[in-house]
Design a protein around this ligand. Sequence first.
Ligand code: ZN
Length: 87
Amino acid sequence: MNSFHGAMAVCPICDRTYFQDQPWKRVCIRCYLAHKNPATQPVMLVAPRIESNMLQRLIYLVHPDKHHNSEAANIATRYLLEMRGAS
Ligand SMILES: [Zn+2]
């Protein structure tokens, strides 16, 4: 089983913060796509904006305590907590 649970990381190309959900994802999705196909227009990816009360509700719903401490629940909770911390 994959022991990497994801973390916020800084893209070495554009200095943007992104969620690194796999250890081999070394750059953000924008830089990855731009490198993969430089002829395309830059992809405008906007981070989803979740209102703080909805974010709190989602954290409550995915909490590992409610899902037998599953890896998926841990990853999702960490992601949402990072989002909350970044807002
Ligand atoms: Zn980047």
